[in-house]
Design a protein around this ligand. Structure first.
Ligand code: PBG
Length: 353
């Protein structure tokens, strides 16, 4: 960048008087621009800040279970909640002006089978939770995952045959799952399974069923990641999962492929797209936002949350500061919003400021 000098050099050269002992007087550097000037005071830093986190940027993921609340060991501060407590949490979210919550069920192991059939039960846990929230707190958005992993005995997101995850057969089931959830009142369907063609199939089925206004947030670039571990504890799929998800979730070495996935999901009718995990994939987020200009979300996943909490609870980092810094980083990279387990905590903080 070429910087024009606006005034004669001599007028900018001055001698800075020494302050304290042992400090040599130094001639002022001949600098046309001093970026530190804008950073000197809090009001000035606020005035030139490019990206600011607000409560409108938050989606709060919650875990639903039958019965009582229970802590999740690998996610300090996060609990599985019964439906009544989910409704209370939704009220809290609304009060904090968090626009949307995401509900993830912990399914009773006895209800899990090879086909994930509980996913299609209109009276399943997540559907009951959606109905309860929409009845008591209609002003809040409710998002539900579409994928079979909370329901399958093998812990995979799709149907398995001889060790392979079937694509088209799985899509047929996911379509039914999406319809069941939309019928329960879910506002945003979020396919997190990474099967090919699922967004288009779900869109047509929703439309055919009269759910023209139900939105789709596609997990567009979802990588096969080590950072989902605590989530799988929370939904009870870490013990059931056989093998890994690399035949359907993306390879973390790839970047262009994420653009192709985004192009497909948008063409198939996604209203919003998502990149997941979050922080290690800010480059992907930035590229996708830049290329498509779609409402683009990031998921600060369970392992990212766990890392920050573990370090903070050891006194190794300041957890509050890391929370704000990481969430603002998503905004800076181009995110329109973030799914984060910090949502209630950060919203409380933002409300107080
Ligand atoms: C289910 C799903 C996962 C997450 C969201 N939806 C886990 C997975 O794909 O194994 C991860 C969220 C998190 O780690 O916080 N398909």
């Amino acid at each position: 960048m070429a910087i024009k000098y606006g005034r004669p050099i001599e007028s900018r050269v001055r001698v800075v008087p020494a302050e304290g002992k042992g400090r040599e007087p130094a001639p002022a550097l001949d600098l046309a621009t001093r970026p530190r000037r804008n950073r000197r005071t809090e009001w000035s830093r606020r005035m030139v800040r490019e990206n600011v986190l607000t409560t409108d940027d938050l989606i709060w993921p919650m875990f639903v279970s039958e019965g009582r609340r229970a802590p999740i060991a690998s996610m300090p501060g996060v609990e599985r909640l019964g439906i009544d407590d989910i409704v209370r949490a939704a009220e809290q979210a609304a009060k904090l002006t968090i626009p949307c919550i995401a509900l993830f069920p912990y399914t009773d192991p006895n209800l899990r089978d090879e086909h994930g059939s509980e996913a299609l039960n209109a009276e399943n846990l997540v559907c009951r939770a959606v109905r309860a929230v929409k009845k008591e707190v209609p002003e809040i958005g409710v998002l539900c995952d579409v994928a079979l992993d909370p329901y399958t005995s093998h812990g995979h997101d799709g149907l398995m045959h001889e060790g392979c995850i079937l694509n088209d057969e799985t899509v047929a089931v996911l379509v039914k799952q999406a319809l069941v959830q939309a019928d329960a009142g879910c506002d945003v369907i979020a396919p997190s399974d990474m099967m090919d063609g699922r967004v288009g199939a779900i869109r047509s089925a929703l439309d055919a069923a009269g759910h023209l206004d139900v939105q789709i947030m596609a997990y567009t670039a979802k990588y096969a990641s080590a950072f989902y571990g605590p989530f799988r504890d929370a939904v009870g799929s870490s013990t059931t999962l056989t093998g890994d998800k690399r035949t359907y979730q993306m390879d973390f070495g790839n970047s262009d492929e994420a653009l192709r996935e985004a192009e497909l999901d948008i063409a198939e009718g996604a209203d919003m797209i998502m990149v997941k995990p979050g922080l290690p994939y800010l480059d992907i987020l930035g590229r996708i936002k830049e290329a498509f200009g779609m409402p683009t979300f990031a998921y600060q996943v369970s392992g990212e949350y766990a890392m920050i909490m573990a370090a903070a609870n050891n006194g190794w980092i300041d957890g509050e500061k890391a929370m704000i810094e990481t969430l603002t980083a998503f905004k800076r990279a181009g995110a329109d919003g973030v799914l984060t387990y910090f949502a209630p905590r950060v919203a409380e903080k933002l409300k107080k400021l």
